[in-house]
Design a protein around this ligand. Sequence first.
Ligand code: PAF
Length: 288
Amino acid sequence: MSLDTQSYALPVARTVADLRAAIAGWRKAGQKVGLVPTMGALHAGHLSLVDLAKSKVDRAVVSIFVNPTQFAPHEDLDAYPRTEAADAVKLAGKADLIFAPAAAEMYPHGFSTTVSVSGVSQPLEGKFRPTHFAGVATVVSKLLLQAMPDIACFGEKDWQQLQVIRRMVADLDIPVEIIGGPILREADGLAMSSRNVYLSETERKAAGQLNVILRETAAKVAGGAIIPDATREGADRVRALGFDHVDYLDVRDAASLADFPTGRVTAPARILVAAKIGRTRLIDNMPV
Ligand code: PAF
C-alpha cells in the first residue's frame, strides 16, 4: 500500500509502514511531530487537541482507530460512530496526516501482548470497565511506538486515561511528551463527547446539569465538606435529574486517583463522575 492522497483533502496512511515513511520525510527536514490519537467521530474537543499539537510542533498526525480491545463485549463497539469522511473534512487545513489503520494492521493474527498499568488504572473506570485501560494502554503504546512523535495530545475529559498514559510512558521510558488539553464544553457546560449524539432531547437537557452538580460539589469539598458526605449528596442530585445510575462520583488525588483516607483533600484533587442516562454513559471531571 502507499499513502492515500486522493480520497480526502489531506493524506491518509493505512499501514504502519506508510505512517513511518511519511514521518521519516518530515524528520529528514528537521521537523517536529505531534500525534493526536482518536477514535474518530471528531468534535471541537478533538480539533482543539490538533490545534494544541500544531501550536507546539511542525506536523500533526491524527490517528482514527476505533480500538476493539478497549470495549467490553457488552459495550458499544459496533454502534460507535464511524465518520471517517466527515472527520477528514474537519481535519483539512489543521492536521497533516490521518493514520487510519484497519483492525488487522493493529492486531494481526497471533497478536498476544497486553500493556497493563496497575494502580492508577484500578479505581473508578477500572472498577466498572475492568478491561478498558489495558486496551487503551496497549493501543496507545502501539501508536506511540509506530509514530514515535515528539509530543502526543490527549483530552482531559478522559482524566483517568490521561493519568494512565502518563504512568505508562514514564514506566516504559517511551520518549514522548504527553500533553493534556482542556475539556471543551457546550453552552450549558456539557463536556463534549462523541457519545453525546446518543442522547434524546430530554436526556440531553438533564446531561447539561451534570457539570453544574460537579462544580457545586467540588466547591463544597474545597470549602471543607467531608468528601463522602458531599459526593453522596452530589450523586443523589444526579439521580434526581433522571440519570438511571451513578457509577461513581468521587474526589481523588489528581495524579494517582487514590482516595483521601481522611475524607479531606490533602493534595491536588479532581472530582470525577460517570453516570448512565438511557443507553448513554457520560463521564466528566474538573479540578477541586
Ligand atoms: O480517548 C480515546 O479516544 C481513546 O481511548 C484513545 C486514546 C484514542 C485510544 O483508543
